[in-house]
Write a protein that binds this ligand. Structure first.
Ligand SMILES: NC(=O)c1ccc[n+]([C@@H]2O[C@H](COP(=O)([O-])OP(=O)(O)OC[C@H]3O[C@@H](n4cnc5c(N)ncnc54)[C@H](O)[C@@H]3O)[C@@H](O)[C@H]2O)c1
Length: 261
């Protein structure tokens, strides 16, 4: 078992999907969770499910693009759990658009959440880690799209490359203070996000039927099936625990074998 007992962990975008699966698993390991999401009802529901299962969790509403809200999320966590040990910057959005149709607004919409949000999250967490005397773990959700560019998701891919780059930069910048930064790169995970991507493929005429894009992408996984949110739990547990203390700046592909890098 990893040593997560009483560790104070924030997971953003934990109201559903991958974030909810990670948060529930870490709470079951004994960590004290902050379930942070822009959708208050979803955050409350996940926190309540954790408490009903005997775990410890608070819910916080946050928009990761808003520094004041991110600061409040961390301060509420420190108030409730006494400190902050790990921040999972997991909140993200996707949009499918042929490259020539991506507008400036589309670019800003996607990169503001996926890249700017991760930057703000890491900055505010590092301030708190320093005020606690140093040490702390940052875990960012990137993607296979942070390792390879995909044409109908070019701006999404760019935002995830940015996550990988910032993970490396922060690892280099703050390692001496005992602060580590790593990223998780999921593949094709059956969540609400993929419904949005799949719909986008159909809207732009690239695919015709429901789940066609999902099945097409998932077929690339050598382990023979798409991912489920729970497939990301093992790596999340590792990166939150002291088992990963000597690892930093890495972006780990956990995708069933889609991208080898
Ligand atoms: N589903 C996949 O196939 C896949 C693959 C690779 C990477 N990812 C990444 O994994 C992460 C989680 O994705 P998911 O599939 O669970 O998606 P999801 O859409 O099911 O969940 C994302 C959560 O993030 C929240 N969120 C969105 N914008 C926010 C904001 N501005 N502030 C706070 N919360 C916000 C949403 O409310 C939602 O609860 C994302 O960063 C995504 O890019 C997903």
């Amino acid at each position: 078992m990893p040593d997560l007992k009483d560790k104070s962990i924030i997971v953003t975008g934990a109201g559903r999907g991958i974030g909810a699966a990670i948060a529930k698993a870490l709470a079951a390991d004994g960590a004290r969770l902050t379930i942070a999401d822009r959708t208050e009802a979803d955050a409350q529901q996940v926190a309540e499910a954790i408490r009903a299962a005997g775990g410890s969790a608070i819910a916080v509403t946050v928009d990761v693009r808003d520094r004041t809200a991110v600061r409040r999320m961390i301060d509420e966590t420190v108030r409730a759990h006494g400190r902050l040990d790990v921040l999972f910057n997991n909140a993200g959005i996707a949009q499918t658009k042929p490259f020539l149709d991506i507008t400036e607004d589309d670019w800003r919409t996607v990169t503001d959440v996926n890249a700017l949000g991760v930057m703000i999250g890491m900055q505010e967490a590092i301030k708190t880690f320093r005020s606690q005397g140093g040490g702390g773990k940052l875990v960012n959700t990137a993607s296979i799209a942070g390792k390879q560019g995909y044409e109908p998701l070019a701006h999404y891919s760019a935002s995830k490359f940015a996550v990988v780059a910032m993970t490396q930069a922060v690892a280099r910048g703050f390692g001496k203070e005992g602060i580590t930064a790593n990223a998780i790169c999921p593949g094709v995970v059956a969540t609400e996000m993929w419904k949005v991507i799949d719909q986008g493929f159909r809207d732009t005429g690239i695919t015709k039927s429901e789940n066609e894009a999902f099945d097409m992408f998932a077929a690339g996984a050598v382990l023979g099936r798409p991912s489920r949110p729970d497939d990301l739990v093992g790596v999340a547990r590792f990166l939150a625990s002291s088992d990963s203390d000597f690892m930093t700046g890495q972006s780990l592909l956990v995708d069933g074998g889609m991208v080898f890098a």
